[in-house]
Design a protein around this ligand. Structure first.
Ligand code: FES
Length: 157
């Protein structure tokens, strides 16, 4: 990260702390705002937030790790999450995974070179009776076949 980027991010975090307060209770809100703008929360941002809130950076990292909507590494513009829980697993999750990995030329957990997609596993998306399911940018699609999943990806491209 360049010095100018760090300075700009530090100023941004300072403004967020002024807006939301420097209590521990402001942590999630601040993380959410940084995530929304930058699509991830860098190591530097984590350290700055920790410094302002007077908590250990490990505490910031543990909150980021806990919530699937917060990321500590850069991700693609579109997040694809394939449900890996039992109903979807039994109804063809693996064939979705193979088709998506082949189509995007990446493995689960990776981001495409053009930053368009990150593909991850998710736990139950709440529509087990319509499995297998996956989400694209938090919209859930169900009763998928590999062909339907690829068609959905191509609509996002
Ligand atoms: S197990 Fe996949 S949606 Fe519930």
């Amino acid at each position: 990260m360049f010095v100018e980027e760090k300075t700009s991010l530090a100023e941004e975090i300072e403004l967020l702390v002024k807006k939301h307060g420097n209590n521990r209770s402001a942590l999630l809100t601040i993380l959410h705002e940084i995530q929304k703008k930058h699509r991830y929360i860098s190591d530097y941002a984590q350290q700055e937030i920790a410094r302002h809130l007077n908590i250990h950076p490990v505490e910031v990292y543990s909150v980021i790790s806990f919530y699937s909507f917060l990321n500590s590494k850069p991700k693609g513009r579109n997040i694809v999450r394939i449900c890996q829980t039992i109903s979807c697993d039994m109804k063809g999750k693996e064939s979705l995974v193979k088709a998506i990995e082949r189509e995007l030329k990446i493995k689960i957990g990776d981001t495409t070179k053009d930053n368009k997609f990150t593909v991850e596993f998710a736990n139950c998306l709440g529509l087990c009776d319509e499995s297998p399911a996956m989400s694209i940018n938090d919209r859930v699609y169900t009763k998928l076949t590999p062909e339907k999943a690829i068609k959905l990806l191509n609509e996002v491209k």
